[in-house]
Design a protein around this ligand. Structure first.
Ligand SMILES: Nc1ncnc2c1ncn2[C@@H]1O[C@H](COP(=O)(O)OP(=O)(O)OP(=O)(O)O)[C@@H](O)[C@H]1O
Ligand SMILES: [Zn+2]
Length: 611
């Protein structure tokens, strides 16, 4: 019996033939990736390339079932390929151990695929693949999971929303004063230990720590000034790293003096429980006879004395590492990593000592690892379901049935495990797909910014005077800034894989244009800057506000075409002179769809239009 017989029976010959001819890129070979690769090989996808930057860790083995104990420390992509090859030897598999953001994986490289799957765990890489797929015009199926929840979305340039079309909520931050002065929950002490103490003693300054909200409300602003002074004092103590005094100095500073200072601010404690400061001399007496080996149980909550011992021991381990880095000439910076025992011990013990000071419940090292690493436990079943749904959506893509494709939400708490929505059209104001994307080839020996602007943008694409050009470095050109025109691209920091964005500032502007740069020596007969693909550059859609303004101006001027627009007036759903029945309908619909617009029609009363 042929290996493909059942897959063929299930899919039918037509679809199975398509699947066999498909060239797939799978980005990420972790929890979702292992499941997905198994599905893709068993379904019979003809060629699969796998990219993953990571190596296998012990903690991956419970769910990333293509990996075994003997594979620990080996690249995920290569091991996944070897394991999957055994499922279906007919398939061509290629593995790349690398970051998908590397310049080797450029737009040209993406164009070789029929379909791309994201099996990633971070927004940054997802957004990058989204951009590359838009630039290469290759459909993308993005799968993601968080604990028991997950989703699958199909992204196709010009057809559906891209990954960036809807803004995502920023991760939750904590106010600086809560973390530094008035903690009330274990997480506040954990964030303090990880983002303040560890960073001030062993890392870069906490200014960059994303979990601290530095927004300038008045209460925060005064407090921040004082806290900065405290941090300076800690930096001074950092200089005594490696001396026998170091542990005592840090302890007495952060658990003694700083707490005393807080205690002196009576206003803070009018409605809160007062903390109690600690002294090294006293706590060390209580810890007599205890050694770090007595605190090995990560599931247990440690006593203050045990936390004290782990604090000193991990401080010592980290100090040695920091000094070793310094003597090698490397920056002595140690960042928090949940899988790095030294940083985890330090954060756990410091957070718990602070919790003791503020009368907050202490946590086990195991719990602190989850909380400090922002870990949502990975659930193998969720990964498996999402990987399966990704393949079902891929079938729709291969058959170009985008109207049948769905965005799928897997949810633990909802009435139904899966909920689906049709694909939404692209958001015309999206910063990523609301722009046109294409490749530009530049001859590094000859091409200057002027060649791009005159030969390509003005002559070939018809831009007028009002345009500006920028890269990640900032503005390269605008009509009032012409200094760079004669410069070669390398002088402007632009090489292969850089992106240049062109903004049309004309009255009826073209959509923003993102140019993906490839460097190539071109013959002297050729222009030094070329667009390899011919394309039409659309004009920007007018915003609803602009349309509204045009309508009201026309009304004022008496020039509105009654036939085309009727004499409708846009109204908000809250307008209170609607007939009651219509009002109810308006607010019902509004509850479900915030985009509802109520339009009053002169002849037939109020209409409710679902956007
Ligand atoms: N920029 C990137 N390029 C290539 N692979 C990436 C990139 N970013 C993330 N990945 C890979 O995506 C995979 C995501 O898998 P998963 O969510 O299971 O994460 P994990 O690191 O294996 O598990 P955990 O974070 O739970 O320990 C990982 O194997 C990771 O290496
Ligand atoms: Zn978009």
């Amino acid at each position: 019996m042929s290996r493909d017989k059942h897959a063929r029976q299930a899919l039918g010959n037509g679809l199975h033939d398509l699947v066999e001819q498909t060239r797939v890129l799978m980005v990420g070979a972790g929890g979702i990736g292992c499941e997905l690769l198994k599905n893709l090989t068993l379904t019979g996808f003809g060629e699969i390339e796998i990219v993953d930057l990571d190596t296998i860790d012990l903690s991956n083995l419970n769910r990333q079932f293509l990996f075994r104990h003997e594979h620990i420390k080996k690249p995920k992509a290569l091991v996944a390929k070897e394991a999957a090859a055994k499922f279906n030897p007919k398939i061509k598999l290629v593995a790349h151990h690398g970051n998908i953001k590397d310049s080797t994986f450029n737009v040209e490289w993406f164009k070789r695929f029929t379909l791309v799957f994201n099996a990633l765990d971070n927004v940054d890489a997802r957004r990058h693949v989204n951009k590359m797929c838009l630039a290469a015009d290759i459909p993308l199926v993005d799968g993601g999971t968080a604990g028991f929840n997950g989703n699958v979305r199909v992204i196709k340039k010009g057809v559906s929303e891209c990954y960036d079309c809807q803004e995502r909520e920023a991760p939750k931050g904590y106010a600086v004063c809560t973390i530094r002065s008035t903690p009330s929950q274990p997480i506040h002490c954990i964030v303090w230990a990880k983002s303040y103490l560890l960073t001030e003693v062993f890392g870069k300054s906490e200014e960059d720590a994303p979990e601290l909200d530095h927004s300038e409300d008045a209460e925060n602003a005064n407090e921040i000034a004082t806290l900065q002074k405290e941090a300076q004092a800690l930096k001074g103590i950092r200089k005594s790293m490696g001396t026998p005094e170091f542990g005592r100095l840090v302890f007495d500073k952060v658990f003694g003096e700083d707490i005393e200072r807080l205690l002196s601010m009576d206003d803070l404690w009018k409605t809160r429980k007062r903390p109690r400061s600690l002294k090294f001399e006293v706590t060390s007496k209580d810890a007599k006879g205890l050694g770090p080996s007595t605190c090995k149980d990560a599931q247990k909550t440690w006593s203050l004395a045990e936390n004290f011992v782990v604090f000193l021991d991990s401080l010592d381990r980290l100090s040695k590492r920091s000094m070793a880095l310094k003597s090698e000439g490397t920056a002595p910076i140690i960042d928090f990593d949940k899988d790095d025992e030294d940083t985890l011990d330090f954060v756990s013990a410091s957070a718990n000592i602070r919790s003791e000071i503020f009368g907050i419940e202490t946590k086990s090292k195991f719990d602190i690892k989850q909380m400090a690493g922002n870990i949502i436990p990975a659930i193998a079943t969720t990964n498996a379901m999402i990987a399966g749904l990704c393949v079902l959506q891929a079938f729709k893509v291969l058959k170009s049935e985008y109207t049948k494709a769905r965005v799928i939400f897997l949810s633990h708490n909802a009435e139904r495990a899966t909920n689906t929505e049709p694909l939404r059209p692209p958001n015309p104001n999206c910063r990523t797909c609301g722009s046109a994307q294409t490749q530009v080839i530049i001859d590094p020996g000859r091409a200057t910014l002027q060649h791009l602007i005159e030969d390509v943008l003005r002559l070939e694409l018809g831009y007028g005077e009002e345009l500006s050009v920028s890269s990640v470095e900032g503005t390269l050109y605008d009509p009032d800034f012409e200094e760079n025109l004669g410069k070669k691209f390398s002088e402007l920091g632009i090489t292969s894989n850089s992106q240049i964005t062109v903004y049309d500032e004309d009255d009826d502007p073209r959509v923003d244009l993102v140019l993906h740069v490839t460097e190539k020596s071109l013959s002297d007969a050729s222009k030094p800057v070329l667009l390899p693909d011919k394309f039409e550059l659309a004009r920007k859609p007018k915003s609803a506000a602009a349309v509204d303004q045009q309508v009201s101006e026309s009304l004022l001027n008496g020039t509105l075409d009654g036939q085309a627009t009727g004499t409708k007036r846009k109204r908000g759903p809250g307008d209170d002179d609607l007939p009651t029945s219509k009002k109810e309908k308006a607010s019902d619909t509004n509850g479900v769809n915030p985009l509802v617009i109520v339009v009053e029609d002169d002849t037939s009363g109020a209409l409710v239009i679902d956007d």
